[in-house]
Design a protein around this ligand. Structure first.
Ligand code: PLP
Length: 429
C-alpha cells in the first residue's frame, strides 16, 4: 500500500471545496404530469386523506401527537386483531419492522426455525443469523405454501425459541395458507412466532391473538395503503414479557423496543418520530376501520379473483396454483419471447400503468393491496397488460380477458360473497 505523503494539515480548504451542483431539475420537471397508476407489488396508490395527512408536521411530543398515537394503537389493535398486543411504530421500511421483531426476540445462540418461501422470508432468516442465532432453514418447494405437517417434526427436533414465517411471499406470490395451524403447532412447543404480514395485513384474515402469534410486522406502503417509511410491529403479551425481562444487551439502539415504548406508551422522547408518516398511517387505519375488515377482505377477494379470471381468459398463465396462491399480489407467467423489462416499459409509457417484474422467474406481478383493489384500476391494468403483450408480438385475447373480468365482478356482486371471519376483536369506538 502506498502511503500518501500529504498530511491532513497540508490540504487547503479551497482544494476540497465542493461547488454548487449544476443541472439540478426541480421535481415538477422530473415527475410525470399525469402520475402512473401504481399497480405493482408496492408502494400502492394512497387515498387523498392519507396524502393530506402526510403533508402536515406537528410537534412530535405535544398533546395532539399523544392523542394521535393513542388512536393509532387502538385502531392497530383492530387491524392486527389483538386486544392485548404492544403496538410500536418504526421510522423505517417494512424491513426495519422485521428487524425490530427479530432483534428484540432473538438473542445470540438461540435456535430459530425460518420457514423460507422466497426473498422476504429468507430476509428474516438472514436477520436472525446476524443476531448470532443458529438458524434452521426450512426451504419450501418453489411456488408452494409451507406444508403444515413438514414443520412439526422440525419444531420437535430443533426446539426453536422462535419461528419466522411470511404470510404472503410477495416475491413469488405464494401464500402460506396454513399459517393458523403452524402457529398453533409452534405454541404447543412453547415456540414464539414472528409473522411478516407486510403485504397481507388488512387484505386477508390474520388474527394475531386468536392464532397465538407473538410478533406481527407490517409496512405502510402495501396493504394499509399509506406511505413507505413508517411501519408497525405488534408484540404479544408473551413476547412483551420476554422483551422486558431479557438480560442480554440490545446492540440496536433505534430498534430497541423498550426504548421505542417510551414514545409509544410513555409520551416521552426516543427519537423524533416521523410525524407526517404517523399522521398518514392514522388516516389509513381510520379508513380501514370505517370500511371494516370484513368488507375490505371481500373487496380484495372480489377484485383479485376477478383479475385472475381475466388474466386466464386472455390465455396467460398464473404463476402459482390456486391452493398456494396469494391474492394480494398476483404473479403472471409471460409468454415465450416476451421480455419482462420491455413489457413494463410499454405499459408505463403507453398506458401509464406500472406493474412489477420479479427477482428471478420471467413473471410480472400485479398488486391487489388497498387502493389497487378497485374495479376501475383492474380494468385499466388488465387492458394495458394484454394490449402491451399483444403489441410485443404474443397472442393474447384482450376482449375475452376484459369480458371475463366483468362477468366475475358481477358474479361476486350477485353472490354477495362473505369471507368467513373467525373470532373478531371489534372496531374501536
Ligand atoms: C412480504 C414482504 N416483507 C417485507 C418487505 C420489505 O419491506 P420494505 O421494502 O418496506 O423494507 C416486503 C416489501 O416488498 C414484502 O413484500
Amino acid at each position: 500500500m502506498v502511503k500518501s505523503k500529504v498530511s491532513l494539515s497540508q490540504v487547503s480548504e479551497s482544494s476540497v471545496t465542493v461547488s454548487v451542483p449544476e443541472h439540478i431539475q426541480p421535481l415538477d420537471t422530473l415527475l410525470p404530469e399525469e402520475p402512473l397508476l401504481m399497480m405493482g407489488a408496492g408502494p400502492v396508490p394512497i387515498p387523498p386523506r392519507v396524502a393530506a395527512a402526510n403533508s402536515i408536521v406537528i410537534n412530535h411530543l405535544g398533546d395532539t401527537m399523544a392523542q394521535i398515537i393513542d388512536q393509532v394503537k387502538t385502531m392497530s389493535g383492530y387491524v392486527f386483531q389483538s386486544s392485548s398486543a404492544r403496538i410500536l411504530g418504526v421510522a423505517g421500511p417494512g424491513s426495519a419492522a422485521m428487524e425490530m421483531a427479530v432483534v428484540n426476540l432473538v438473542e445470540a445462540n438461540d435456535t430459530v426455525l425460518s420457514v423460507c418461501n422466497g426473498f422476504f422470508s429468507n430476509r428474516l432468516a438472514v436477520m436472525a443469523e446476524r443476531v448470532g442465532a443458529t438458524v434452521v432453514k426450512h426451504q419450501v418447494v418453489d411456488r408452494k405454501a409451507a406444508n403444515v405437517s413438514d414443520i412439526e417434526p422440525l419444531i420437535a427436533r430443533h426446539r426453536p425459541k422462535v419461528l419466522t414465517i411470511v404470510q404472503g411471499e410477495t416475491s413469488n406470490t405464494v401464500c402460506n395458507h396454513g399459517l393458523k395451524e403452524i402457529c398453533a403447532m409452534a405454541r404447543r412447543y412453547d415456540c414464539m412466532v414472528i409473522v411478516d404480514a407486510v403485504c397481507t395485513l388488512s387484505t386477508m384474515p390474520l388474527c394475531m391473538q386468536a392464532w397465538g402469534i407473538d410478533a406481527v410486522i407490517t409496512g405502510g406502503q402495501k396493504g394499509l395503503s399509506s406511505i413507505p417509511g413508517v411501519s408497525l410491529v405488534a408484540f404479544s403479551e408473551k413476547a412483551w414479557d420476554f422483551i422486558q425481562s431479557r438480560q442480554s444487551k440490545m446492540s440496536h439502539w433505534c430498534l430497541d423496543a423498550n426504548l421505542a415504548d417510551k414514545f409509544w406508551y410513555g409520551k416521552s422522547y426516543h427519537y423524533t418520530a416521523p410525524v407526517s408518516g404517523v399522521l398518514a398511517i392514522h388516516e389509513a387505519l381510520r379508513l380501514i376501520c370505517s370500511e371494516t375488515l370484513e368488507v375490505r377482505f371481500a373487496r380484495h377477494t372480489r377484485s383479485s379473483k376477478s383479475l385472475q379470471a381475466g388474466i386466464q381468459a386472455m390465455n396467460l398463465g398464473l404463476h402459482v396454483d390456486t391452493a398456494h396462491r396469494l391474492n394480494s399480489v398476483v404473479g403472471i407467467d409471460l409468454p415465450e419471447g416476451i421480455d419482462q423489462g420491455e413489457l413494463l416499459r410499454k405499459m408505463s409509457s403507453v398506458y401509464r400503468v406500472e406493474i412489477s417484474g420479479s427477482f428471478g422467474a420471467n413473471i410480472v406481478r400485479v398488486g391487489q393491496m388497498g387502493e389497487q383493489s378497485r374495479a376501475h384500476n383492474i380494468f385499466r391494468t388488465l387492458h394495458a397488460l394484454g394490449a402491451s403483450i399483444q403489441s410485443l408480438g404474443a397472442e393474447v385475447d384482450v376482449p375475452a380477458g376484459v369480458s371475463a373480468l366483468e362477468r366475475s365482478l358481477e358474479a361476486f356482486d350477485r353472490a354477495k360473497v362473505k369471507t368467513a371471519q373467525p373470532e373478531r376483536v371489534s372496531i374501536p369506538a
